[in-house]
Ligand binder design. Structure first.
Ligand code: T5A
Length: 207
């Protein structure tokens, strides 16, 4: 059995990752591809507990380094228990955020060392990297407006616009550096148009 492909969805707050995740799952399944859908931080019982800790805005203040290590602790658990077994079984893994989010939020947003993130990436992931990343990109105000309508802000969503500007810039600069893997999708359009753009990228990838 051949190993599955690893696809990640990335982008700022409220750009439509969760909405498009189920759309992509349905599309892949229509192509008779077995899919495992998951998310970060999270994806296992322990990693979901870590997610609650890092998203809770009423907890004690979390240092930037603690936040970074918690993201990779959750990821180590997720890779071992969900991602690697699914890929080995031939499933395509569709993941709502992965390590590009760490580069964007902890590297860009919190301005932590990129070299340190790269070191942790190597330690936790070994050779594992996404085969394809869909980066949903929209002006920050659009995403925040959508996120605000959906639910109360979590600890990240309560950050300032300057933080999200650094996050977005880091995502876009990674996409510019790795154009073969990271495909930018304009998320500031009608959902049907966003999904047409996604299908175009996926069709090309499946070929
Ligand atoms: N994080 C995560 C790190 O700091 N480091 C890391 O390493 C990782 C992995 C996780 C948080 O953790 C941080 C980043 C995050 O702050 P999350 O829940 O994954 O949080 O991320 P959020 O961005 O908060 O997820 P959201 O659910 O808010 O945003 P989505 O999933 O991008 O947006 P979605 O699909 O829920 O859509 C939001 C609303 O917009 C509507 C939807 O119907 C929904 O109501 N919508 C549209 N409306 C109009 N036109 C369109 N094209 C639309 N698309 C969606």
């Amino acid at each position: 059995m051949s190993r599955g492909k690893f696809i990640t969805l990335e982008g700022g707050e409220g750009v439509g990752k969760t909405t498009n995740l189920s759309f992509i799952k349905d599309y892949l399944q229509q192509q008779a591809i077995p899919v495992t859908v998951t998310r970060e931080p999270g994806g296992t019982a322990l990693a979901e507990k870590i997610r609650q800790l890092v998203l809770d805005k009423d907890s004690e203040s979390i240092s930037d380094t603690t936040e970074l290590l918690l993201m990779f602790a959750a990821r180590a658990q997720h890779i071992q228990h969900v991602i690697e077994p699914a890929l080995a079984q031939g499933h395509w893994v569709l993941c709502d955020r992965f390590t590009d989010a760490t580069y964007a939020y902890q590297g860009g947003g919190r301005e932590l060392s990129i070299a340190t993130i790269a070191l942790l990436e190597q330690l936790v992931q070994g050779e594992l990297r996404p085969d394809l990343t869909l980066l949903l990109d929209a002006p920050i105000e659009i995403g925040m407006e959508r996120a605000q309508k959906r639910s109360a802000f979590d600890r990240f969503e309560a950050e300032k616009i300057s933080f999200f500007t650094r996050v977005r810039n880091m995502y876009l600069s990674r996409a510019a550096q790795q154009p073969d893997r990271i495909k930018v999708i304009q998320a500031n359009q009608l959902l049907v148009n966003v999904q047409n753009d996604i299908i175009e990228v996926l069709t090309d990838f499946i070929k």
